[in-house]
Every structure is written in structure tokens, then in C-alpha cells.
Design a protein around this ligand. Structure first.
Ligand code: UFG
Length: 371
């Protein structure tokens, strides 16, 4: 393994500095230096798991030969150690080497490219990262007899809703971009893999729109360049980094004509993963299970602008523009199944989401990079 892929610290021997939680086993988190991944790593550590992260850091700030900045902050916040490998999952040999060094209870698989527009421009790159990376992880899990996986999927697999709220039984696969299709294809791999191997369990979590940040203001979303998603963009307008928001369309059949989405606090989303993990480890989820993770509530673009204005105390100028290609008017989840099976539901409201996002944005104007 090259020097950059040498683990930063060996989590298998990490101590619980709080002394609260006994060692509960080691979880491999792929893509653990990303927005949702890093928040999930923090919650796993808080629950007494040891965590090994593998990430290629294409989208995570990292000073040379060191941990990604977000994971340094996770260590500060938890007082615990994260084991880190700078490895691209397309490299089967290096991925296999990680499996040979640890004994994992479960793999939580976040790693992948995720920008919708970019995936339309570079579909091959998306399929290479997302599909080959996932196949390599599954291959290693087979070789090292790891039977449990939690997979990071997306509401994007539903395509344009036939009915609302979206339940897990809504048809899937009618996606208009390579990113969405890659998520759908991986769900299909997992379905076939579980059907052929009755001892294998996979939980597919379909996320709605994750926003917000850790309440400490130390962890949050750090998009590269100009944000594509609504709330990081709005936050940068509020902080003065961007001058105004473009609202893509006010002629949808929604309350105020602007697009409606089911926004969920990233910490609630992270806790959805730990809830699924606990159920999986106690043996109450077997085979392939699929859950929506959202709040079940829809908010329009203009409602989000108003909520962020209230949280920040800053005016957010906007202009109405034409609809964005590929967008749908309204999307929100039915999360009953996650409540029933995982004993999980989102508890953080829109005000908390915006408060925490503003707290992060105002304290970290340059994201994880030094200013
Ligand atoms: N929007 C604007 N202006 C912007 C950005 C977004 O008006 O500058 C609007 C969009 O038109 C949409 C809403 O804000 O109505 C939300 O857009 P986002 O780009 O934040 O989120 P999407 O719902 O389009 O997509 C997101 C992720 C996908 C994921 C999907 C799951 O980007 O990766 O949620 O539903 F698949």
C-alpha cells in the first residue's frame, strides 16, 4: 500500500476516551469523508462502534499525508479515533487489502459521485466510480465473508412521482441521469446478490433532500465550486459569497408555484443509518430491505428562502428563472416503513435545519479549507 493509503491510526485498538461505550465492533464506512458519511461516522463513534473510513477524497478537503479535515473534526467532537484509508474503490487490490487488515461487522457504503448535471455530461465516469466501486466492495464482502451492508441510495430512483407521498413500493428506475441510474443499478445488484445468498443482508436507504449541519457548527456540507443544490446555494447568498439565488420555475402546480421537496436534517439522516445498523446486528432485518428517509413534509423553494432568512437574519435576494431541465414539481416521502421497522423518524424541524446550516456557513465561510 502506498504511503498515502497507510492508515492514519489503527481503530481496531482505539480506546473509548469517554469510557461510556464498550467496543462494539468495527464498521467500514466508504465515502466517510463526505457530507452524510462524516455525520454518520460521528454518530457511529458516539454509539461505541469503531470506524474505518475509505475515501478517495475527490470531494473532501485534505491537507497532504493527513486525515481529511472533516474527520479531524469528527475526532475532536467525539474524542475518538477514526482509521482512514485514502483509496479509490475502483482499485480492487487496495480495497481488498483494507478488508484483510480488519474484521468488519458491516459495511455502510456511501462512496460515489453525486452531481446530477455532471453525470449527464460524463456518464462513463459516473458508471465507473459508482458501479465498479460498488461491485468491488461486494466482491470483497464475499471474499471476507461480511454479510451485512447498508447502501446509500436516493429518492432520485423514483423518477417523476406517479403518486404522493412516495412509498417504497412506488415504481423505480425511470431516472433521467446517469447518477440516478447508477443508484438504481446498484439497488438491482443488491437485490440479485441477496436473492442468491440467503445469509446476505442489505438495507437500501433512499434519501430525500439532506440539509443542515452538525449542531456544533464544526461539520457540514462543503460543495466544490458553485453549489448545485438549493440550500448550500441559499446559505452562500446569505453569507454574501453569492449575490442572488435563481429560483428555477414558479409555474409548478404547488402552493406558490415553486418546487417542493422533502428536506431532512443530515443528523436525522445519519441516525437513520445507526438505527438500521442496530436492527441489522440484532438480526431483525434479513434479506434486502428498502426504506425512505425523509420527514414526510414538503417545503417549497420560497418557503426555504423565508426559513433561511429568519434563521440568518439576512435578506436573500432572488430572481425567478425558467424551470431547470429534469426537475419535477413536488416530491415528498412516506416514511412509515422506517418508523415501523427501524423505530426511526426525523425529529429536527425546518427551523433547526436552517439554524444549523447558518451556524455552519457563518463559521466556515471557506468550508473545511483554511481561509
Ligand atoms: N432550486 C432552485 N435554485 C437553485 C437550486 C435548486 O430553485 O439554485 C430548486 C430546484 O428547482 C428544486 C429544489 O430547489 O425545486 C431542490 O433542488 P436541489 O438541487 O437542492 O435538489 P433536487 O431535489 O433537485 O435533487 C436532490 C439531489 C439529488 C437527489 C435528489 C433526491 O441533488 O442528488 O435530491 O430527491 F437525488
Amino acid at each position: 500500500m502506498s504511503p498515502s493509503s497507510v492508515p492514519y491510526a489503527n481503530g481496531d485498538h482505539a480506546n473509548d476516551t469517554n469510557g461510556n461505550n464498550p467496543h462494539r465492533g468495527t464498521i467500514l464506512v466508504t465515502g466517510g469523508a463526505g457530507f452524510i458519511g462524516s455525520h454518520t461516522v460521528l454518530e457511529l463513534l458516539n454509539k461505541g462502534f469503531e470506524v474505518v473510513v475509505v475515501d478517495n477524497c475527490i470531494n473532501a478537503y485534505k491537507a497532504d499525508a493527513d486525515l481529511p479535515e472533516c474527520l479531524k473534526r469528527v475526532q475532536e467532537l467525539t474524542g475518538k479515533i477514526v482509521t482512514f484509508y485514502l483509496v479509490d474503490l475502483r482499485d480492487l487490490e487496495k480495497t481488498r487489502e483494507i478488508f484483510s487488515k480488519h474484521s468488519f461487522l458491516c459495511v455502510i457504503h456511501f462512496a460515489g459521485l453525486k452531481a446530477v448535471n455532471e453525470s449527464v455530461q460524463f456518464p462513463l465516469m459516473y458508471y465507473q466510480h459508482n458501479l465498479i466501486g460498488s461491485m468491488n466492495i461486494l466482491q470483497c464482502m464475499v471474499e471476507f465473508k461480511i454479510n451485512d451492508m447498508i447502501f446509500s441510495s436516493s429518492a432520485t430512483v423514483y423518477g417523476s412521482p406517479h403518486f404522493l407521498p412516495l412509498t417504497e413500493s412506488h415504481p423505480v428506475g425511470d431516472c433521467t441521469n446517469a447518477y440516478g441510474k447508477s443508484k438504481y443499478f446498484i439497488e438491482q445488484f443488491l437485490q440479485d446478490h441477496c436473492a442468491a445468498n440467503p445469509h446476505v443482508n442489505a438495507v437500501v436507504l433512499r434519501y430525500f433532500n439532506p440539509i443542515g449541519a452538525h449542531e456544533s457548527g464544526r461539520l457540514g456540507e462543503d460543495p466544490a465550486g458553485i453549489p448545485n443544490n438549493l440550500m448550500p446555494y441559499v446559505a452562500q447568498v446569505a453569507s454574501g459569497k453569492l449575490s442572488q439565488l435563481s429560483v428555477f420555475g414558479n409555474d409548478y402546480e404547488t402552493r406558490d408555484g415553486t418546487g417542493v421537496r422533502d428536506y431532512i436534517h443530515v443528523v436525522d439522516l445519519a441516525l437513520g443509518h445507526t438505527a438500521a445498523l442496530e436492527k441489522m446486528l440484532e438480526g431483525s432485518l434479513s434479506g434486502l430491505k428498502t426504506y425512505n428517509l425523509g420527514t414526510g413534509k414538503g417545503h417549497s423553494v420560497l418557503e426555504m428562502v423565508a426559513a433561511m432568512k429568519k434563521a440568518s437574519g439576512v435578506d436573500i435576494p432572488y430572481v425567478i428563472k425558467a424551470r431547470r431541465g429534469g426537475d419535477v414539481g413536488e416530491v415528498y416521502a412516506d416514511c412509515t416503513l422506517a418508523a415501523t421497522d427501524l423505530n426511526w423518524h426525523a425529529t429536527r424541524d425546518l427551523e433547526t435545519m436552517c439554524r444549523d446550516l447558518w451556524n455552519w456557513q457563518s463559521q466556515n465561510k471557506t468550508g473545511f479549507q483554511p481561509s
